[in-house]
Design a binder for this molecule. Structure first.
Ligand SMILES: NC(=O)c1ccc[n+]([C@@H]2O[C@H](COP(=O)([O-])OP(=O)(O)OC[C@H]3O[C@@H](n4cnc5c(N)ncnc54)[C@H](OP(=O)(O)O)[C@@H]3O)[C@@H](O)[C@H]2O)c1
Length: 263
């Protein structure tokens, strides 16, 4: 995708990765329709990029929210890129989770993401070429203790991306599955940061993640996984999962300690 020709809807635009991505895409001349749930962070983004972005405040889990995004995309004059970056994560052992929170996580990360993509596909089809970008995760390939619901949602998103790519193989719509490793955003609370520190798990700066995503969009890649050794573990987990079982078994007491000490 040639970035100056990019007319993109970005969900999760007010998030850590979203904001960095917005800045990088605008720098290269993209036209952006930003979607978020809370008006204040979206408004702050509009002020930081005055006159360069259009906003939609919408909860994409609601049908009315998705309809608002579709209507805004039509008023915008059409879109050729959809970046699904809205997502939530809850660290904790499954038995500690609240039932409603599990449902809400799956509803946003999976159901609403599929539903919004479904609603926007007809608009994407109207363009000569188009791109759907799904923000996955290393945890979309490796089941990790303490993140069971989140892993389930990102595994689903990876499957969705693969199936949609194959379904659209005879069209000019491409699908990119982009999988960052742990990133320094508010998605990761103090507990997760401290745990990653003890486990020597590196955390990326959201701007470096945004730059990698920009490169993948430019090249219209099908998949990009970030981080070393995370990329190796993704491969290893698909080929020799028992080895990853053993490595994670050693980390388990530390993960349990952090999960159980959560306020
Ligand atoms: N941070 C990481 O370690 C990491 C690693 C790998 C992958 N990822 C993925 O990268 C993406 C962005 O993550 P991030 O770290 O930037 O997250 P973040 O900073 O927590 O931001 C999350 C974004 O999602 C939006 N959102 C949440 N619920 C929504 C809803 N119901 N409707 C519409 N928007 C909603 C939020 O908007 P409001 O604030 O307005 O609710 C916010 O813009 C996510 O898909 C995440 O799973 C993150």
């Amino acid at each position: 995708m040639n970035i100056p020709e990019c007319r993109a809807v970005i969900t999760g635009a007010s998030g850590g990765i979203g904001q960095a991505l917005v800045a990088e895409l605008l720098r290269d001349g993209a036209h952006l329709l930003l979607v978020g749930r809370q008006p204040e962070p979206l408004q702050a983004l509009a002020e930081a990029h005055a006159g360069k972005v259009t906003l939609v405040t919408a909860d994409i889990r609601e049908r009315s929210g998705r309809e608002a995004v579709v209507a805004a995309a039509q008023r915008f004059g059409g879109i050729n890129t959809l970046i699904n970056a809205a997502g939530v994560n809850h660290f904790g052992l499954l038995e500690q989770h609240d039932e409603t929170a599990i449902a809400e996580l799956i509803e946003l990360n999976v159901t609403a993401t599929l539903q919004l993509t479904h609603r926007l596909l007809p608009l994407l089809r109207q363009q000569g070429r188009a791109l759907v970008v799904n923000l996955g995760s290393t945890f979309g390939s490796i089941g990790y203790p303490g993140f069971t619901a989140y892993c389930a949602s990102k595994f689903a998103l990876r499957g969705f991306s693969e199936a949609l790519r194959r379904e659209l193989a005879d069209t000019l719509i491409k699908v990119l599955y982009f999988a960052p490793r742990a990133t320094q955003t508010r998605m990761n609370g103090a507990q997760v940061v401290a745990m990653n520190d003890e486990l020597n798990v590196a955390m990326d700066d959201p701007h470096s993640v945004a730059l990698q995503l920009l490169a993948a969009i430019r090249r219209e890649e099908e998949e990009r996984y970030l981080g070393w050794p995370e990329k190796l573990f993704v491969r290893l987990n698909s080929l020799l999962p028992r080895l990853v079982d053993q490595a994670l078994r050693k980390q388990l007491p530390i993960i349990q300690r952090f999960a159980r000490s959560k306020p």
